[in-house]
Write a protein that binds this ligand. Sequence first.
Ligand SMILES: C[S@@+](CC[C@H](N)C(=O)[O-])C[C@H]1O[C@@H](n2cnc3c(N)ncnc32)[C@H](O)[C@@H]1O
Length: 275
Amino acid sequence: MPEKKSQMEAIYRHMWASHEGGPFAPLDESLHPRPHSMLYEVVSTCGVSSSSLVLDIGSGRGNHSCALAQRFGCAVVGLDVAQFHVEQGRARAVQEGVSDRVSFVQGDIEALPFEDERFDFLWSRDMLMHVLALPQALAECARVLKPAGAMLAYTTVATGRMEPKEAAWLYASFGLVLESMEEGVVEAAFQAAGLQMHSKEQLGSELMEWVEEHEGRASRELMRLARMLRKPEYYQELLGTRRYEVALANYPWALYILLGKLSPTLYVLQKNASS
Ligand SMILES: C[S@@+](CC[C@H](N)C(=O)[O-])C[C@H]1O[C@@H](n2cnc3c(N)ncnc32)[C@H](O)[C@@H]1O
């Protein structure tokens, strides 16, 4: 078996060494990734100021709505489909002393409860993947944006490394929409809505590398996942089935980003003047 001999030699000559330093040592050094706060730096290039009215779509716990108001002095409306998020956002705005400028409403991106051309800037972070009808949702975004207004869309798309079976499980568990995680579908929906792609940056694992390097999130969640998978009954009893299932779906997220199966992507869009 001469082929087997040369195959094993070719693999193991480098395999043992790959656990050590030597030529592999640079892999332990940071590539100096940017943190998630780079998104705010992008906002500052979009002309957001103290006179701007900003819509935070899918505002979640309200942290970004408050941070935008604090950084730019602007007024912000946070919109989220989940009522408990709206309440969390309101409580945070009071706690952070910005409730005079930051308000929250319950609503769906597919039918925004605002009049045409109300907002100067739209911020949509980590939510387009949940949207069922992306063309309808983005048409709504374009409708409520002032002429020539800008939108920051930070969303995650699946890459060719994502296997269909793992995608099907992850998306079903986490309420993600397969088509809305396809780069081509997302970009076609921007175009159809009259939102011109001003810039696009494939961030890939960069921001998650920062989180791992500074907070150890991915390695902690990997170990949590390993323990949950090894002793499912124990953790289901401890956490309750629903909490267990949500955590089981949530923890692979950071790992899939680091493995290159999911790729966070940052778009700056501009409403066509004629739309
Ligand atoms: C991953 S969280 C992101 C929250 C926040 N933007 C952030 O970056 O921390 C996704 C959010 O989108 C909201 N969401 C999902 N579908 C929505 C829809 N159709 N319209 C409005 N909000 C939606 C969820 O309730 C959740 O708060």
